[in-house]
Design a protein around this ligand. Structure first.
Ligand code: NI
Length: 171
């Protein structure tokens, strides 16, 4: 397994709409294994393929160690099949090192997806797993959690990232 370089805010691939996976083969299993190694290395809860430079509809989630819930899961060609309610949770993102803020999203979600064997599954959740799934799903649509901020707050986040040298200085 390999630790993959994680794309940082400003990288164009993070804004692409990811394409569905037409087939699930060994290269996809290897990608998922490498993404789990990368997630563990950075102690994240979820990681989407565009974050490692591949605009395909796949993300992984593992909250079992950090949050003590769920199990390592690979989501291929996921579809959000329902949402309900509203909740505010603090989120982070491996493409925004050191950045955390509250995000309002639906409380309850349902998702249908394929696993690495091509089998279909459905998960419903109204806690941290649902929150991770919504955050990662957004990556497949080219949406990022800073998009939920006001323009001013987003600029503040960018300024803080520049100050820490995480993203390049403004032109
Ligand atoms: Ni993220």
């Amino acid at each position: 397994m390999a630790i993959l370089p994680v794309r940082i805010y400003g990288d164009a691939v993070l804004r692409e709409t990811a394409r569905p996976l037409a087939s699930i083969d060994g290269t996809i299993s290897t990608l998922a294994a490498n993404m789990f190694a990368t997630l563990k290395r950075y102690q994240g809860l979820g990681l989407a393929a565009p974050q490692v430079g591949l605009a395909v509809r796949l993300f992984i989630m593992d909250a079992s160690e950090v949050a003590g819930v769920g199990e390592p899961t690979v989501f291929i060609n996921p579809e959000i099949i329902g949402t309900n309610g509203e909740a505010i949770y603090q989120e982070g993102c491996l493409s925004f090192p050191g950045v955390y803020f509250d995000v309002r999203r639906p409380r309850q979600i349902g998702v249908r997806y394929l696993d690495l064997d091509g089998r279909e599954h459905t998960i419903e959740d109204n806690g941290v797993l649902g929150r991770i799934i919504l955050h990662e799903y957004d990556h497949l649509e080219g949406r990022l959690f800073v998009d939920t901020l006001t323009e001013q707050d987003r600029r503040n986040v960018e300024a803080a990232m520049r100050e820490k040298g995480i993203i390049p200085p403004a032109p």
